[in-house]
Design a protein around this ligand. Structure first.
Ligand code: ZN
Length: 431
């Protein structure tokens, strides 16, 4: 930071401008003796651009997930952001007023009891950034779908995001009907009716709809109650070998640091199965430029501080011995972090069976032709592929760069329509 600022102003800017994993990574250098507690579930914050995902994240966590000046300028998220928060319940109050993200009850001033810590993954709603949202869906176990009450439902990204959740196998969602302060009662009810019809059309008719005004803090308690009831902490397979998805990566060194003081690259992401501890050997695949990478875990952290080991659910930072130039500017986004030799070798050729989605507003061209270019979301990885040929309903696709293809996983498929990437369906790999 070259501009001169008072320490307070600088502090404020840092708090706002730094993503959780990077902040987490920096804590490593300042030290933190107390054992931090990791979040137990990742909850996606999804929905159409401008419907208030980031302000809702702030209302629930007290933190902004927007992290880059370009994002702040445009008022939209362009990368996956994330923020942790802890939910509490007042032992003396009944009804939804008992639920809060604060350690003290706002109604009766009692000390509240801790329920759990959750990570929110804030997915961009901007239409050109659909593929970023899709890669984030790989590590969500539940989601908040934010729908603005003052617009007709569904808007294009509302549909795409809900379908993306369905493809990722996410069943537990809560709808936040936001900006309720901007409409009258009649409009609110009409909008709620549209939301209900839309949810039903996508098979989510049981999802609760909570009217909120994020920037005024209205009904945030009720929303927390619904999250606690509808999105349970999953039972993760911690006995299985480690597999994690990287969604961000950082170089935490200050420019001009001495070589002997340089810290290795930091990977930000979430464990899907298994556990990890300091000293573990990990493999990063498909790697960069066709080379798998192996390294050792030097440090682990979550938003609350340092960890000695980490488990699935919640976002973590993994300090490694990698050259930090490999991890700067999210270069490792989409990589799989796993126990060495666990993952299949990366492949450049894919055979896929395609299922097209039904779109509410516009029809989909349900044909993929030779030389069509597709974006495939494979786990958290976004890969560009070209259609080579179709034989017996199986598409042969050449990938621009290799990807790790897991058995049984669904691959979200997007195609450019009128200059934008649009979700058209999903595919399952054939042997
Ligand atoms: Zn109370």
């Amino acid at each position: 930071m070259s501009e001169k600022k008072t320490p307070a102003a600088k502090e404020k800017k840092t708090a706002k401008a730094m993503p959780a994993a990077e902040k987490t990574a920096k804590k490593e250098t300042t030290g933190n003796a107390a054992r931090a507690e990791q979040a137990v579930v990742n909850i996606g914050m999804v929905g159409h651009v401008d419907h208030g995902k980031t302000s809702l994240t702030q209302a629930l966590t007290g933190k902004w997930t927007e992290t880059h000046s370009e994002e702040l300028k445009r008022g939209i998220s362009i990368r996956l952001g994330y923020a942790d928060t802890t939910f509490y319940k007042c032992p003396n109050c009944r009804s939804s007023e008992a639920y809060t993200a604060k350690p003290v009850c706002k109604s009766c001033n009692s000390k509240t009891e801790k329920l759990r810590t959750v990570s929110f993954v804030d997915a961009p709603g901007h239409e050109t950034l659909l593929t970023t949202m899709l890669s984030g869906a790989a590590l969500m176990q539940g989601a908040l779908l934010v729908i603005a009450a003052n617009e007709k439902c569904p808007q294009p990204q509302t549909t795409e995001h809900l379908v993306a959740l369905k493809i990722a196998g996410i069943k537990n969602i809560v709808v936040a009907q936001n900006k309720i302060d901007l409409v009258d009662k009649k409009q609110a009810l009409e909008n709620e009716k549209q939301i209900k019809e839309f949810l039903k059309s996508q098979g989510f008719e049981n999802a609760p709809i909570v009217p909120v005004a994020a920037h005024l803090g209205i009904n945030i308690d009720l929303l927390i109650e619904m999250i606690e009831k509808i999105i349970p902490t999953p039972k993760f397979e911690t006995e299985k070998p480690l597999k994690a998805y990287c969604i961000r990566s950082f170089d935490i060194n200050k420019p001009g640091s001495e070589i002997k003081e340089l810290k290795g690259g930091v990977l930000g992401g979430s464990i899907i199965q298994g556990t990890i501890k300091i000293g573990d050997k990990i493999e990063i695949t498909p790697g960069i430029d066709g080379k798998l990478m192996q390294t050792t875990v030097k440090s682990l952290s979550c938003a609350a501080g340092k960890l000695t080991d980490a488990k699935p659910g919640g976002l973590i930072g993994i300090g490694t011995m990698l050259d930090p130039s490999l991890t700067q500017n999210d270069r490792m986004r989409g990589q799989v972090i796993a126990r060495p030799d666990l993952m299949p070798l990366p492949a450049k050729k894919l055979f896929l069976k395609m299922t097209f989605i039904e779109r509410v507003a516009a029809n989909i061209d349900k044909k993929i032709r030779t030389n069509d270019v597709l974006v495939l979301t494979i786990g958290a990885m976004t890969a560009l592929g070209t259609m080579i040929k179709e034989k017996g309903g199986v598409l042969e696709i050449d990938l621009k760069t290799p990807a790790v293809i897991e058995e049984g996983g669904k691959i979200a498929v997007s195609r450019k329509e009128g200059g934008r990437w649009r979700l058209i369906g999903y595919a399952t790999p054939e042997k």
